[in-house]
Design a binder for this molecule. Structure first.
Ligand SMILES: Nc1ncnc2c1ncn2[C@@H]1O[C@H](COP(=O)(O)OP(=O)(O)OP(=O)(O)O)[C@@H](O)[C@H]1O
Length: 297
């Protein structure tokens, strides 16, 4: 059963179409990234599926069509930094959230441990760093143990350490089997955290698929051996070679379609050359992202 099915969802603000006929399906256990530049319609999409923004047309269905109130209880969401009370401690703030969500307080210590704030549980919110505040927001969203977590730009404004902590936390939460839906304008964030993603531009979905699939090997292999001249001469005879470039004491072999680093390795071995280095270059989401944008120009 899909967690969420979005069907031709559209939001217009006057003349501007912020989200345009969006179709998406999110499956259980996915960490689904909605990737797009500022203004591409990510927050509006999250707002609609949380029912805080009314769609202009189209529809969506949570958990195979359960009632909206029941669905809402299964979703922990952070769209903005929630309003915690600055003079109250982490524990006191979470008690208030638990009261509002009617979900009991017995889980608070565990969740504080999970988000790595247990040691600071009796510190006031106003003394927290931005990263700690963000982790407390995650704790609040996790309080009712929802199977789905929805995050909007979860690392916005954080320093590199805070970013790494929050990303690790998201991966840990995903490892518990929760489904995570997150909006991000950061390619490397989606690459590092998400299993699946779509690209939005001006409200239109340009691409969707698995992160793993899009990040396969390129046709470029970096190789070296003790005698680079001999390696150049030999590899130039390899039938599967498109071109060869010298780079910083290594060779960059561009292979023809259907050829792999294994083929090249075997060829060198058969020619009596032991490679010192054989590194197939992986694709980066950035390269693929730019390619997708270009294809859709
Ligand atoms: N309440 C509103 N009234 C009018 N226009 C709006 C409103 N909310 C959003 N928009 C516009 O809709 C478009 C999509 O905005 P949205 O916030 O969904 O994008 P986003 O991808 O989340 O960008 P960001 O990362 O900057 O939040 C933008 O052009 C924005 O200006």
């Amino acid at each position: 059963m899909s967690v969420l099915k979005i069907n031709k969802l559209t939001k217009k603000f006057g003349k501007l179409t912020a989200v345009d006929q969006l179709d998406l399906t999110i499956e259980e256990g996915q960490v689904y990234g909605i990737l797009g530049p500022n203004g591409s319609g990510k927050t509006t999409t999250l707002g609609m599926i949380l029912e805080v923004v009314a769609p202009s047309s189209g529809s969506f269905e949570w958990f195979g069509g359960v009632e909206n109130v029941a669905a809402r209880q299964k979703i922990g969401a952070i769209l903005e930094t929630p309003c915690f009370y600055s003079y109250l401690t982490a524990v006191q703030n979470l008690r208030i959230v638990a009261h509002i969500k009617k979900c009991g307080t017995s889980n608070i210590d565990n969740i504080l441990k999970q988000v790595n704030l247990f040691e600071r549980r009796n510190d006031k919110f106003k003394n927290f760093s931005l990263g700690m505040k963000q982790r407390l927001s995650l704790a609040a969203a996790l309080l009712s143990d929802p199977p789905v977590l929805m995050l909007d730009e979860p690392t916005n404004g954080l320093d590199p350490e805070g970013i790494a902590e929050v990303r690790q936390l998201i991966r840990d939460i995903a490892a518990q089997g929760k489904t995570i839906i997150m909006a991000s304008h950061l390619l490397d964030e989606v690459q590092k955290v998400c299993t699946d993603f779509c690209i939005l531009r001006k409200g239109v979905k340009l691409h969707e698929g698995s992160v793993h699939e899009i990040l396969g090997e390129t046709n470029v292999v970096e190789i070296s051996s003790t005698d680079l001249d001999q390696l150049t001469t030999t590899v130039s005879k390899f039938e599967g070679l498109e071109k060869l470039e010298k780079e910083n004491g290594s060779l960059k072999a561009f292979l023809k379609e259907g050829q792999s680093s294994d083929h090249l390795n075997r060829f060198c071995f058969d020619q009596g050359i032991a490679l010192k280095k054989l590194i197939p270059q992986s694709k980066s989401l950035e390269q693929e992202f730019l390619k997708i944008l270009k294809e859709n120009d």
